[in-house]
Each structure stands twice: as structure tokens, then as C-alpha cells.
Design a binder for this molecule. Structure first.
Ligand code: SF4
Length: 326
């Protein structure tokens, strides 16, 4: 009865129009897709629990879903009971972790993204050639820890900023090389590389691009989006390097941007004055979170949704042989 009185006494206020532009490509990359599949298949093969060293990918929703299916996330192998299967995360692990697993007889599956493994192999080769590596990356990120762990201590120096380049002291400038983390900002990295080449003209460059295709494509897409929007919502977790970079790239273009883990996290007052809102998602954020945000906005605004054209990604990474279907 109360509801009836309310609906007749107040005319429904028309919803404010809001145009939604959706970036393409966005969301899951091939490395994330493969890593999640590896955990699911390992649970199917061995039954729960399956231990995963570090968050398989940096996304809260993905981690919670896998936890519900029987994954147990740990930071170190000593948290894993004897005899339990283990998956290594997509970010890669130092060699010593694999050696420890082998010594303990742990049945492990390595979900390291093949593009991260490629950087590992490059690092090994450069050290074999007698070069010292300057590694452009973010201190403390598991991918950086994993890559440093491929070479002897002291063979690699971390470079995070332009100021770091100026401060560098090296023993043999004629025998240097640089490598990068896969999920960096293309623009920031280009500036650091330029500074390195200015200071050390003989520095060897990686043969291919280390910043991966998914990071590059998502940054190009968010740049295009930023040029057409009043504000941008990036869906991703705060510890996801490539998601945080998307916010930075959009802000560099001059477009106000925010990172949210899920639709419910977005404070709608943040949309004050926004007529055209861009939406994208980091490489570890699933598409269902984008749809959830669009649906929530549809309850509060008269939305019109359009997806931008972008690169169509067809890359698929093979599963480890042990998990391939028979
Ligand atoms: S973001 Fe790039 S390096 Fe990281 S998992 Fe995806 S494809 Fe691999």
C-alpha cells in the first residue's frame, strides 16, 4: 500500500542522459586466460585444495572465484603441505622457487605468462654474454622479483625513474643491456630508454618489445577513449600494474580517471558533470565486471552505449602439456 501511495504522489524523475564509450580491446589477455585455466584444470585433475603461489593474477574477483572452487593462495612454498599440488602465478617465479619445489618433490604447474618467460630467457642469455642488465620495472612487483631471480645476484640493476638513470654508476658501460617489465607505461618507458641510450650509447636493446601486446593495445585504446570522454572508469585491482597504468595513461591525456575493483565501488557523485563516460578494464579484469558496471549505470542514468573500434586480439597461449586435453 505504501509503495502505491509513493508511486502516485511523486512523478518519476527522468534519468539524466549518459553516453558510455567502451574501449576495445579491454580486459583479459591471453596470459591471464591461460593462468586461470591452469588453476581450474589443476583443481579438476587433483581435486581441491590446489595451492597457488601468489595471486594467480592481480584481480580480486578472479582470486575470490578460484578460492570458491578450491584454490588456496599462499605467498611462499613453506606454507604448502607436503604432497599438495602447486601452481605458480602468471607473474613468474625466481629460479630458486622452482628448485625448492623440485627438492621437496612438489608437483607444480608453472602458469608464468609465456611473454614473461621470454624476458627470463633474454636475461639469462645477456648474462651469458657478459652483459650487465638495467631492468626497467617497479620495485617489489612479483614479475620483477621473478626476473631478477633468473640471474645471479648483482647481474641486474633496477631502474624505475629518469632520476634513477641519472644516478646510475656502472663498471663497464660498453657491456650493458636493458630489459623491461611487461606491463609498463609505453610513454614513460620510452623516456627512460631514451635517457639510458643518451647516457650509455653502447647499451644493447632487447630484440623484440618487452612491454607485451596486451599492455600496448590497452594503452592505445584508453588513449583513444580519453580523447572522446569527460572521464574514464578503469576496472581493475589496485595491485594490477597494467590497470594502474591505464589510469595514468588516460590522466596524461588530461582525462579524469578512476580505478575501481567492481561496479559497487564507484561513487556515483564522481560522475557529476560527466556526459560521456569511458569504460575500460585491465588485462586481469573479466568482462562480467564491465557488464555489471554498465547495468548499474543503467539503473541511474539514461545510458547510450557504444564500443570503440580497436585491435582484434587473436593470441592464444598453449596450456602446459600435462594439462592438455587427452
Ligand atoms: S599482461 Fe601481458 S605479460 Fe601479463 S599475462 Fe597478459 S599477456 Fe602476459
Amino acid at each position: 500500500m505504501d509503495g502505491f501511495i509513493a508511486s502516485t504522489s511523486r512523478a518519476a524523475k527522468p534519468l539524466r542522459p549518459l553516453t558510455l564509450l567502451i574501449a576495445a580491446p579491454r580486459g583479459f589477455c591471453a596470459g591471464v586466460d591461460r593462468a586461470i585455466r591452469i588453476v581450474e584444470l589443476t583443481i579438476e585433475k587433483h581435486g581441491a585444495p590446489v595451492y597457488v603461489r601468489h595471486e594467480i593474477v592481480h584481480n580480486r574477483y578472479v582470486v575470490d572465484k578460484l578460492r570458491q572452487k578450491g584454490a588456496v593462495f599462499v605467498e611462499e612454498l613453506d606454507e604448502v603441505p607436503d604432497g599438495a599440488p602447486v601452481v605458480f602465478s602468471a607473474h613468474g617465479v625466481p629460479k630458486v622457487v622452482e628448485m625448492d619445489a623440485t627438492t621437496r618433490g612438489i608437483d607444480y604447474v608453472d602458469a608464468t605468462c609465456p611473454l614473461v618467460s621470454k624476458v627470463h630467457r633474454q636475461a639469462e642469455r645477456l648474462v651469458e654474454q657478459g652483459r650487465h642488465i638495467l631492468f626497467i620495472g617497479h620495485r617489489g612487483h612479483p614479475e620483477v622479483i621473478g626476473t631478477f631471480g633468473q640471474v645471479p645476484a648483482g647481474a641486474m640493476t633496477l631502474v624505475e625513474t629518469l632520476a634513477d638513470v641519472e644516478r646510475l654508476t656502472v663498471d663497464d658501460p660498453a657491456n650493458l643491456a636493458f630489459l623491461t617489465q611487461t606491463t609498463l607505461s609505453l610513454d614513460d618507458t620510452a623516456e627512460i630508454v631514451e635517457a639510458l641510450r643518451r647516457r650509455f650509447p653502447a647499451i644493447a636493446m632487447p630484440r623484440g618489445e618487452d612491454i607485451c601486446y596486451a599492455t600496448s593495445n590497452r594503452q592505445a585504446a584508453v588513449k583513444e577513449l580519453a580523447a572522446q570522454c569527460d572521464a574514464i572508469v578503469v576496472i581493475g585491482s589496485p595491485n594490477s600494474s597494467n590497470s594502474v597504468r591505464l589510469v595514468e595513461v588516460a590522466e596524461r591525456v588530461g582525462t579524469r580517471s578512476i580505478l575501481v575493483d567492481c561496479a559497487a565501488e564507484l561513487d556515483l557523485t564522481w560522475l557529476k558533470g560527466v556526459d560521456t563516460l569511458g569504460i575500460t578494464a585491465g588485462a586481469s579484469a573479466p568482462e562480467c565486471l564491465v557488464r555489471e558496471l554498465v547495468e548499474r549505470l543503467g539503473r541511474h542514468f539514461a545510458i547510450e552505449e557504444r564500443e570503440l573500434d580497436g585491435v582484434v586480439e587473436k593470441i592464444i597461449f598453449k596450456l602446459p602439456r600435462a594439462l592438455e586435453p587427452a
